[in-house]
Design a protein around this ligand. Structure first.
Ligand SMILES: NC(=O)c1ccc[n+]([C@@H]2O[C@H](COP(=O)([O-])OP(=O)(O)OC[C@H]3O[C@@H](n4cnc5c(N)ncnc54)[C@H](O)[C@@H]3O)[C@@H](O)[C@H]2O)c1
Length: 269
């Protein structure tokens, strides 16, 4: 309790999933939180739950595809709570229908993915930094993905956007570090609510089983795994950490790819 006392934070995509868990944990740790989402009903529900638990929060409409709405979101934090210390650029467009392999790529889908999943992070950062500097600095947390670090059979645009988020994270950290702005990225790997896991339909069930198997930990991730990391990155406990991409993926990407086959063949190498 109190790790974010006297701080004001914005979390985008805070009406569900990791953003919801992060907004709630920020509030529990003493921050005043702007719960920003395109889904206002969900944002209001999250705010009501934060307030019922004794926290302070504001539901704010944002469409991360719109520069004007992103600027309005940043100004809402300043107008309502007087300052801005934390921005978690978490929301993303998660529609992969036309986002396939590079030859089959739908150009409109590519542009939309860049607009929502990369340009939005630039814009949040662009508008937040001047407000943060009014009070001596702040912490920006960008949600990348395991997809920004390794490639898959499809989702070429999503992967490129999330890799771009990592690059943007480092640019921000380098350019504004001396002014006390820190910027770090989180790279989650297969994170789902327990209720989603419990009621997963067949194709998702199979994916969950595969990911559970290849991770080093006994289970896949849940939103609190990400919220706990986001609180650390938002707090002064991480004052000496900037420009980093931190995987929260149960060790998914650290394993030598040969390990699976070696285990299958029961070799003791
Ligand atoms: N779940 C995973 O396994 C996983 C893995 C790697 C990375 N990520 C990343 O984590 C972040 C959160 O994912 P999640 O799984 O919690 O997603 P989610 O679907 O549970 O939540 C996303 C939220 O973003 C909001 N949103 C969607 N479009 C928006 C827009 N245009 N403007 C504003 N808000 C919008 C939605 O309403 C929703 O509340 C995303 O950046 C995603 O790419 C997720």
């Amino acid at each position: 309790m109190g790790r974010l006392e006297n701080k004001v934070g914005i979390v985008t995509g805070a009406a569900s999933g990791m953003g919801e868990a992060t907004a709630k944990l920020f509030a529990q740790e003493g921050a005043k939180v702007v719960v920003a989402d395109i889904n206002m009903e969900g944002a209001k529900r999250v705010v009501a739950e934060i307030e019922a638990a004794g926290g302070i929060a504001l539901a704010q409409y944002v469409d991360i595809g719109s520069p004007e709405k992103i600027e309005e979101m940043v100004l809402a934090a300043k107008n309502e709570f007087g300052r801005l210390d934390i921005l978690h650029n978490n929301a993303a467009r998660l529609d992969f229908k036309g986002d396939v392999d590079v030859v089959g790529m739908d150009v409109f889908e590519w542009d939309e993915t860049m607009r929502f999943n990369l340009r939005s992070v630039l814009l949040g950062t662009k508008y937040a930094i001047p407000v943060m500097l009014e009070n001596g600095g702040g912490s920006i947390i960008n949600t990348s993905s395991m997809g920004g670090l390794v490639s898959e059979l499809g989702k070429s645009a999503y992967a490129a956007a999330k890799a771009g988020v990592i690059s943007l994270t480092k640019s921000t950290a380098v350019q504004y570090g001396k002014q006390n702005i820190r910027c770090n990225a989180i790279a989650p790997g297969m994170v789902l609510n327990e209720s989603v896991v419990e009621h997963a339909p067949e194709p998702l069930r199979k994916l969950i089983d595969i990911y559970t198997d290849v991770k080093c930990t006994p289970r896949i991730g849940n939103p609190m795994d990400i919220a706990n990391l986001a609180v650390f990155l938002a707090s002064d406990e991480s004052a000496f950490i900037t420009g980093q991409v931190i995987s929260a993926d149960g060790g998914l990407l650290i394993k030598n790819p040969a390990v699976a086959e070696i285990q299958k063949q029961n070799l003791s190498w």
